[in-house]
Design a protein around this ligand. Structure first.
Ligand SMILES: [Zn+2]
Length: 575
């Protein structure tokens, strides 16, 4: 709905669906749904909460986080200026509003996103607030309801915003373990990092009429595929038809539906005994104590040159691939295929191999050195089948007691039409959640390109290593430039602003250790690169083998929990 300009602004709106001129009070009485055509206009978080929660029962969670600009991010405007403008425009401190209340008399904790605030983007503060709401649900032993509206991760917070996908997912995992219901309500629009995490890894996923949800946005998919999108692509009805949501609900029925679901769950009994709330970090349980840091070769950590040059090195076609490393770093690789649901994605390879005589499960993105290889492997961009194959192998590894090594080298998950039809967002979301609780050691190496959610789908680990000239980012520099700058030619500036190099990410705590590459880069001396990678893997993996699985999981959760509160506000030191 657009307000009609001029004096009448407060009184009348024009419907975006049927262009009817509507009396605003009538529209509001009708929950901002056009009485003529049924168009559901977008709601801000305060109005949404007012519609969903029983009158008088709402208690807002008062947390307000310190302002943070961890990257000192500047595009055409400094990030703090954008935050200030968003606060002034919405009257909200952040892009999510959280609270507890009752719906039809049933208690719940709720986090409601607001698209008006920087596109509902997921930054460290948003992730932290949603995580705290989930923890509140765990403490109160009540269901969690998430109402999503987001363009995805917040580019201005770089990889730290990517980490929020893991932080919130592990809070959802804790509720799952405790037998507490989680429900997400998809509203228009829900995309990117939010779609590929807590919007789809909840127990139940409801879509409001008119909602659109997807991993990749329609503009990106059109650009990449050069194809017209099918009618109704990514709409609520499309999602229902493709098995990705439990139901499509009209706004006027939403409160009643939620109340009915909450009532049903209250009547049932949780199948499992509740687990205690995730405990805060105990001094004697820091990974640093349980696992001595890997012995460095001495000397200062490796540095890199300009960020854009590093991006180009990371994408060099001669750079060793996962299959190259399986040949050079590991022995006896036995490849395992298939997701058991109907596909075998060539962009992800996985199977059992030996590392210095020990069996491990290795899973990695596969690119290629020639155009033909690259095309056959879809440029290392995994489909939902690829993510589900990886999920199957991770779970198998845990069951067999094998540690997992993942090798990340992808521009991002496949942004295609069929990928969306097959549930790309939910496939990534389930991998992230599963890795947060996988009871076996996990070591990740970013070997080339670590591209957003597709990278994180293999990247939630006890130790995250990164080759010196690899990059890891919430969005490609070209994609970031296209959105925040006048055009894509600003990709080099975007690369610098995103802090996507190994030394930057080591300083931000996203990466634990940098594996030095031989001069001038991995592709110049693959054998020496393999030798160094093998040494780094052994140094990081072997100590993890002695840590009891339950403790490993606890420590892994602490690792991904700290990207919220403690990071927000705490400026990263030297840069
Ligand atoms: Zn209308």
């Amino acid at each position: 709905m657009t307000a009609v300009a001029g004096q009448e602004e407060q009184l009348w709106s024009r419907c975006a669906g049927c262009a009817s001129l509507l009396y605003r009070k009538r529209l509001r009485r009708n929950l901002d749904v056009c009485p003529e055509c049924g168009e559901h206009s977008r709601l801000g978080a305060p109005e949404r909460l007012r519609q969903l929660v029983d009158p008088g029962s709402l208690r807002l969670l008062p947390d307000r986080l310190p302002e943070a600009d961890p990257l000192d991010f500047v595009d055409v405007l400094p990030y703090p200026h954008r935050l200030t403008a968003a606060r002034a425009a919405t009257g909200l401190p952040e892009a999510v509003l959280c609270g507890t209340g009752t719906i039809g008399g049933h208690p719940a904790a709720l986090a409601v996103m607001d698209f008006r605030f920087l596109g509902g983007s997921l930054g460290a503060a948003v992730g932290e607030l949603i995580t705290r709401t989930a923890e509140r649900a765990l403490d109160d032993r009540v269901p969690l309801i998430l109402v999503t509206a987001s363009g995805g991760a917040r580019m201005q917070e770089g990889a730290l915003s990517l980490m929020q996908m893991a932080t919130v997912s592990q809070a959802i995992a804790a509720l799952r373990e405790a037998g507490l219901l989680t429900i997400s309500v998809l509203t228009d629009p829900t995309y990117g990092g939010v779609a590929a995490s807590f919007a789809t890894n909840t127990d139940l996923v409801l879509a409001e009429s008119g909602a659109r949800m997807g991993f990749a946005g329609p503009r990106v998919i059109r650009q990449v595929t050069g194809r017209a999108l099918p009618e109704g692509f990514q709409t609520a009805d499309f999602l229902l038809r493709h098995g990705q949501v439990d139901m499509v609900v009209q706004r006027r029925s939403l409160r009643g539906r939620l109340a009915a679901l909450l009532a049903a769950v209250r009547a049932g009994r949780p199948a499992r005994t509740p687990v205690p709330r995730q405990e805060p970090a105990r001094d004697h349980e820091r990974l640093a104590d349980a696992v001595p840091p890997a012995a460095a070769d001495g000397g200062p950590p490796p540095e890199v040159g300009d960020a854009w040059d590093t991006v180009r090195t990371a994408r060099h076609p001669g750079r060793p691939t996962t299959l190259d490393y399986l040949d050079s770093v590991f022995d006896g690789f036995v490849e395992l295929h298939g997701d058991r649901l109907g596909g075998d994605c060539p962009a992800i390879v996985g199977g059992i191999a030996r590392l210095a005589g020990r069996h491990v499960m290795v899973i990695g993105h596969q690119k290629g050195h020639t155009t033909a290889d690259l095309v056959a492997r879809n440029f290392g961009m995994a489909s939902p089948a690829g993510h589900r194959k990886a999920l199957r192998l991770m779970r198998l590894a845990a069951r067999l007691g094998l540690p997992v090594v993942t090798l990340v080298d992808t521009p991002g998950a496949d942004p295609g039409i069929s990928a969306e039809e097959q549930g790309q967002a939910a496939a990534i979301a389930e991998n992230i959640l599963t890795l947060t609780v996988l009871p076996t050691p996990v070591v990740t190496v970013i070997t080339g390109e670590g591209g957003s959610g597709g990278a994180l789908a293999l990247g939630v680990a006890d130790r995250v290593l990164m080759l010196q000239h690899a990059v890891y980012s919430v969005i490609s520099p070209e994609g970031c430039a296209a959105i925040l700058w006048p055009d894509r030619s600003a990709a080099p500036q975007a690369a610098r602003a995103l802090r996507l190099t190994a030394p930057d990410l080591r300083r931000l705590g996203v990466v634990d250790e940098i594996v030095p590459e031989p001069a001038t880069a991995a592709h110049d001396d693959p054998a020496e690169t393999a030798r160094r990678l093998r040494a780094a893997l052994l140094a990081n993996l072997l100590p993890l083998l002695d840590v009891p699985p339950a403790m490993l999981v606890r420590l892994r959760r602490q690792r991904f929990r700290r990207f919220g509160a403690t990071r927000a506000g705490a400026q990263v030191g030297a840069r």
